[in-house]
Ligand binder design. Sequence first.
Ligand SMILES: *[C@@H]1O[C@H](CO)[C@@H](O)[C@H](O)[C@H]1NC(C)=O
Ligand SMILES: *[C@@H]1O[C@H](CO)[C@@H](O)[C@H](O)[C@H]1NC(C)=O
Ligand SMILES: *[C@@H]1O[C@H](CO)[C@@H](O)[C@H](O)[C@H]1NC(C)=O
Ligand SMILES: *[C@@H]1O[C@H](CO)[C@@H](O)[C@H](O)[C@H]1NC(C)=O
Ligand SMILES: *[C@@H]1O[C@H](CO)[C@@H](O)[C@H](O)[C@H]1NC(C)=O
Ligand SMILES: *[C@@H]1O[C@H](CO)[C@@H](O)[C@H](O)[C@H]1NC(C)=O
Ligand SMILES: *[C@@H]1O[C@H](CO)[C@@H](O)[C@H](O)[C@H]1NC(C)=O
Length: 493
Amino acid sequence: MPSSLSHSIRLALCMALVFLQLSGTSGSLLNCHKMCICASNIVSCSKMNLTTIPTALPKYTAVLDLSYNDITRLRAEWTTYKLPQLHNLLLSHNGLHFISSEAFIYVKQLRYLDLSSNNLRQLDEVIFEPLEHLEVLLLYNNHISQIDRTAFSGLNSLQKLYLSQNKVSRFPLELVKDKSRLDNLILLDVSSNQIKVLPTQELQTLPAWIKNGLYFHNNPLLCDCELYSLLAHWYIRKLNSAQDFRDDYTCVMPGQEKKVERVFELNNHMNCSSFKEANEEAYLEQTLTLPCDTKHRNMSKTWVLPGNVVVSPGSNQTAKVLKDGSLQISPIREEDSGNYTCYAISESFNETLYIKVTVHNFTLNGNGETLNTAYTTLVGCLASVVLVLIYLYLTPCRCFCCPGHSKSKSHHEDSIHSSMLSATPTHEDLATKAELNRHVAFIDPKDLQGQNGKVNPNGDEDLDEEALQGKDQRKKSVAESISSVFSDTPIVV
Ligand SMILES: *[C@@H]1O[C@H](CO)[C@@H](O)[C@H](O)[C@H]1NC(C)=O
Ligand SMILES: *[C@@H]1O[C@H](CO)[C@@H](O)[C@H](O)[C@H]1NC(C)=O
Ligand SMILES: *[C@@H]1O[C@H](CO)[C@@H](O)[C@H](O)[C@H]1NC(C)=O
Ligand SMILES: *[C@@H]1O[C@H](CO)[C@@H](O)[C@H](O)[C@H]1NC(C)=O
Ligand SMILES: *[C@@H]1O[C@H](CO)[C@@H](O)[C@H](O)[C@H]1NC(C)=O
Ligand SMILES: *[C@@H]1O[C@H](CO)[C@@H](O)[C@H](O)[C@H]1NC(C)=O
Ligand SMILES: *[C@@H]1O[C@H](CO)[C@@H](O)[C@H](O)[C@H]1NC(C)=O
């Protein structure tokens, strides 16, 4: 009895094997004559109608080209052993719609991964996590609409991420923003997607070497003057993203007609004030730090003071160059007014930045001004506290009658808390903050209106999808952008 059982199992296995062999090329061993071209450490199986990845790949494979096949799933077991030399994996044009969360555990040395022109719809959490050496990731021309916030975490070497021509509707700010950002990312392409709202203020504060490679043209962005001044600034700074695609930055005008305009012409259509590079202003005896915000990283920077004086280390100039290349002048004197120049050089690029500094002929300390600003801040704070109290306690609807009210109450308390904290600047920052970075966050009711799902600048082609998930998502992203305005923007009254 047992022997016949094992016999039939063996038979079944055998038949399964035969079946596998017969069913096209699936699971087949690498054949370097018919199926692929093997040139030392390169294995090229492009355009071979493969439905699975050949097995028994040599361990020394460095480049594996599987583009233009019919591999629709990238399973965990496509390789069952480590391929420690593999640094290029090409899987474009395959109709790929599934990637196992364990697909990359045996190919941790990958530096270049091409998943472009496939059928991917979403990027799940931490799928790329093992790829800590990956430098370039191509995901353009898929159908990606959902990107988990942790989808790209662990990609600590990633330099270039191409996400254009997908259906992304949320700008993935977490990839470039301070704490969570991928440290080596110098190119992020989210052009030709479905992004309607950009976190403009956050983008504006990024260093120029990130903005230089931040492409977001050809999205159904809502027109507003903030968008205009953002791009006008990038253009004046000659950032590649704004210069190279100047005419492809379009936006949708608010209102019924949904007219599409070029962002760089918005000053004509929306009366946006034309953008001017702001001068630095300072007060006597203050410490002023001038950034040398170059388009490229790791440049060696030298500063030239007004009157063509070169700043040199070790001299007893009041100006000195800090580690990050910015210039610190302390204490600043009236005669320090003038044009400052930063020359930045590296092996392949040269850049020159000019900053005009105006020093006012009085100090902030001991002058009425400090008191004044503090006073207005205090009054502003008190006023907002009173307003919130009025809102909380004098509105007809109290906690017990509407569920969810208590939530919004605590939210308000949080935000006022943080605004009180941030509204008490140290007196050193005061001048710069008050004079240069004065920005008060308003949420334009027009913007919110535009996102209620009525607006569909793309026509009706994506109506179903919007009905399925778009609305929820958009609401979520609006809520997020609002709360981030509250928590991150210093409120200067
Ligand atoms: C792949 O399939 C197409 C159509 O089925 C056929 O014309 C072509 O010759 C095949 N290519 C190879 C390399 O087998
Ligand atoms: C732009 O400003 C001018 C004058 O200030 C005004 O006449 C015009 O109506 C404004 N246009 C728009 C679109 O607001
Ligand atoms: C830039 O310099 C830092 C240290 O100064 C170094 O760790 C980093 O690798 C450099 N980056 C490039 C792209 O050279
Ligand atoms: C250093 O500063 C002192 C006083 O500010 C000045 O008298 C002196 O000439 C300076 N020395 C040099 C080498 O510039
Ligand atoms: C500073 O530079 C601007 C142009 O960038 C020039 O018009 C101005 O005259 C310069 N000022 C001084 C004091 O050199
Ligand atoms: C940078 O400038 C220096 C001196 O002005 C010049 O000799 C060098 O060729 C320039 N390098 C590049 C890459 O433009
Ligand atoms: C700056 O102020 C001082 C005293 O307050 C005055 O003597 C000096 O003339 C002023 N300088 C300029 C350029 O106005």
